[in-house]
Design a binder for this molecule. Structure first.
Ligand code: OAD
Length: 242
């Protein structure tokens, strides 16, 4: 990869580094992405499985699908791209990570300053009293009924048609506004709010670097597009930060 000395300097001198990740960063760990040839939304209908209406209509079906995904994800490990971002957090106290992924692999790789804007597949909550439950990973089962109030328990992930948590979104926007360098990694840009975060970063003067196999909905905001696998490119990029 050809990274100019000027750009390496920029890595060193930029403040408030932000990374925004999507399903592509976990692809090399073996977690399926949503779009693309083998994407989940090619095999399953999002409206049957990932909406509040689907859950109301058939909570068991929705749970079956989430338990299958939890089981799959629980066998996967972070890859060099996740580890590179965990290393960047150690190098730079002004680094923050926003992820759309619900797989928990960033935290598993050692990242602590992670905002999971679409939730976490291993956390569940009652739809009524908001009591939280962790999945029992040893059995990969949870009771669909809340022990507290008897209502339904659901995965604590964002579904289509649902709003982002306002407080979390405000924090994400202010991270984007403050960042002087933003890394956008492995996301198609099919979901509007994350793309907005990249736009906000760019409009507030951030230098935006995108890492993806293909151009995406973010590419129009990218000052530098690095085409390829995150697990191959990101460790080298992170090595330039001090
Ligand atoms: P997508 O599945 O839409 O996009 C994955 C992106 O990763 C694509 O642009 C691929 O080109 C890229 N990619 C694949 N493998 C890669 C690799 N090894 N290195 C770098 N890039 C790679 O996933 P997201 O953009 O994360 O939301 O999807 C956004 C949201 O849509 C998800 O969070 C989920 C989904 O519906 C909800 O469930 C609310």
């Amino acid at each position: 990869m050809q990274i100019s000395p000027q750009l390496k300097n920029r890595f060193k001198n930029s403040k408030n580094i932000l990374a925004l990740t999507g399903a592509g960063i976990s692809a090399e760990s073996g977690v399926p992405t949503f779009r693309g040839k083998e994407g989940l939304w090619k095999q399953y209908r999002a409206e049957d499985l990932a909406t509040p209406q689907a859950f109301r209509k058939d909570p068991k079906l929705v749970w079956e699908w989430y338990l299958w995904r939890m089981e799959l994800i629980s066998t996967k490990s972070p890859n060099p791209a996740h580890f590179a971002l965990a290393e960047l957090e150690k190098k730079r106290s002004d680094f923050y990570l926003i992820t759309q992924n619900v797989d928990g692999l960033h935290k598993k790789s050692g990242s602590e300053k992670v905002m999971e804007i679409h939730g976490n597949i291993f956390r569940n909550r009652c739809i009524s009293c908001a009591h939280f439950y962790d999945s029992d990973l040893s059995k990969l089962k949870i009771s669909i009924e809340c022990a507290n109030c008897g209502n339904l328990v659901r995965p604590d992930v964002l579904w289509f048609g649902e709003s982002y948590d306002t407080e979390l979104l405000n924090q994400a926007v202010s991270l984007a506004e403050r960042s002087e360098l933003a890394l956008v990694i492995g996301s198609s840009g099919a979901v509007g709010i994350p793309v907005e975060l990249a736009r906000i970063a760019k409009e507030n003067g951030a230098f935006v670097i995108e890492i993806n196999l293909d151009p995406s909905g973010y590419s129009r905001y990218a000052d530098l597009f690095l085409q390829g696998k995150a697990g191959e490119i990101l460790p080298e990029i992170v090595s330039y930060f001090v």
